[in-house]
Design a protein around this ligand. Structure first.
Ligand SMILES: [Zn+2]
Length: 495
């Protein structure tokens, strides 16, 4: 799954399968769980993936059962909530209670870990401010950090931090412990792994708590997790901005949107992606206001989309509308319309689209070499768009051809533009799984955290990186230097 691949050999593969199966049936013994961890991170992540998939399946079955029992929805008890499109759902009544503990309540403190696996000493050799010598003092403090290791074992480390005095700067100085964020008792890997499980794989918050509960001594709460992920999103925000900038400057960009729930209201999850970037944005608007927010100015590349009109507002140059969408529409009409005019219309349009796609697939295709054929395809399209149709469906689609005439065969002018929007749909699908698993974002802030973390993790994955490892290293650098390292470029496959 990760860069570096599954490193297990044939022999351990069978053993791994047995262990994963035991884990999934809830019968994993302590000895087996140790054996599983010993097989390395690839197998452990496989076990996690299998477990999260299994949990999602079980959730699906529960949802099905619930819908069979006709769990009443607000306005129409006959329609199971899960079968209605999001935008058709009524806004949820606002809960009077604010999420989280009531003001004035004592915060729930995590109990300090009882087990210490390792002790580490931290002492500066020279002043980090001026580089000068330090006067040794006997001041120390300790800090305990618990983290999940790469093989999923946990380790509790007690860090002893020495404070020394710099006579030049006239102040006490101490070294930075890079293993966790300031004041955090949990290490970077807990942060990066739990965020990946939730925002990368769609594991629900309560499932994340359950999954890490037996690993960590420190108890995690839903509020604690959200606070941790919010902190992570704030740190990774520069990467999110950078992903957005790179998307806006792309030569080819796919776009798509799907319904989303924020605080009981219908919002939209937008996705802008290509092979290098995947940028998500959760916004109240499904129209040009949201697009304006993302693109800022007109987009100069080729935008690949469905036929949604809002995209026209930002397309300065060129757009490719998804031909698979158009073909699907023809199929839909075929189901109920058998008139001669419709059949002739659909046949002519299918042949035109097929000829365009076949032309583009020729091994020696270049727009210059086949310019006259492209010209003929354009002429055939214009003839279809200009004709008048008595049949309602043919007339409606004829008008669509006229409206989008210069957006159907853009892929014949650019070799890097595909004729369908499959890629954006693929990028938006994991988000849809997440939506199904974890109802909605309770607040706008939670929606923003979701957008940042999904974008960063999905982009790292697209670029061939192990997202957890990259985020852990970035957090270490961030703690030491106060700045995030550069967003990693794509790994170029060698051979
Ligand atoms: Zn100094």
């Amino acid at each position: 799954m990760y860069a570096g691949g599954m490193e297990c050999t044939i022999g351990t593969d069978a053993e791994a399968k047995k262990l994963v199966a035991a884990a999934l049936s809830g019968q994993l013994t302590d000895a087996q769980s140790t054996a599983l961890a010993a097989l390395g991170p690839a197998v452990v992540s496989l076990a996690f993936l299998a477990a999260s998939k299994r949990i999602a399946e079980q959730d699906g079955r529960i949802a099905e059962l619930e819908s069979k029992l006709k769990i009443a929805t607000l306005d129409d008890p006959a329609t199971p909530s899960g079968q209605r499109p999001l935008y058709a759902k009524p806004p949820r009544r606002k809960s009077k209670r604010k999420p989280g503990a009531k003001n004035g309540h004592a915060p729930a403190r995590r109990k300090p870990p009882e087990r210490i696996d390792r002790r580490e000493d931290h002492r500066l050799e020279a002043c980090p401010g001026c580089g000068g010598p330090l006067q040794r003092c006997n001041r120390t403090r300790t800090r305990t950090i618990e983290d999940i290791l790469e093989d999923l074992r946990t380790e509790v480390v007690e860090h002893t931090i020495h404070r020394d005095y710099c006579p030049a700067c006239k102040k006490h100085v101490e070294p930075v412990v890079a293993e966790a964020l300031p004041k955090s008792v949990l290490g970077h890997r807990v942060m990066a792994l739990t965020a990946w499980l939730h925002y990368g794989l769609g594991v629900t918050i309560s499932q994340v708590i359950e999954l890490v509960d037996h690993l960590l001594q420190t108890r995690l709460s839903a509020g604690g997790l959200m606070a941790m992920w919010t902190r992570l999103a704030l740190i990774l925000e520069p990467w999110y901005e950078q992903i957005g900038r790179q998307a806006r400057n792309s030569a080819v960009l796919h776009a798509d949107e799907t319904g989303w729930r924020v605080n009981g209201q219908t919002w939209w999850l937008w996705c802008f992606a290509n092979g290098q970037v995947c940028f998500y944005m959760i916004d109240r608007s499904r129209g040009s206001p949201a697009l304006g927010k993302f693109f800022l100015t007109e987009f100069n590349g080729v935008l690949v989309t469905d036929f949604w009109a809002a995209y026209n507002a930002v397309c300065a140059a060129e757009r490719q509308c998804c031909l698979v969408h158009l073909l699907r529409e023809l199929e839909k009409v075929d189901m109920h319309n058998e008139s001669d005019q419709w059949r002739a219309f659909a046949k002519t349009l299918r042949r035109l689209i097929g000829d365009g796609i076949r032309l583009r697939k020729r091994k020696d295709y270049t727009p210059q070499r086949y310019a006259s054929r492209v010209g003929r395809i354009d002429k055939r399209l214009m003839a279809m768009a200009r004709a008048k149709y008595a049949d309602g469906d043919a007339s409606r689609l004829g008008k669509r051809l006229a409206r989008h005439a210069d957006q159907l065969f853009t892929f014949l002018d650019h070799l890097d533009v595909p004729f369908e929007n499959n890629f954006a749909e693929r990028m938006i699908r994991p988000a849809v799984i997440i939506r199904k698993n974890s109802q909605s974002n309770r607040s706008e802030k939670a929606a923003a955290v979701q957008a940042v973390l999904m974008s960063v993790y999905r982009t790292l994955k697209l670029r061939g990186h192990n997202p957890i490892g990259v985020v852990v290293n970035a957090l270490r650098t961030y703690v030491q230097t106060g700045t995030l390292p550069a967003l990693p470029e794509a790994i170029v496959a060698d051979g």
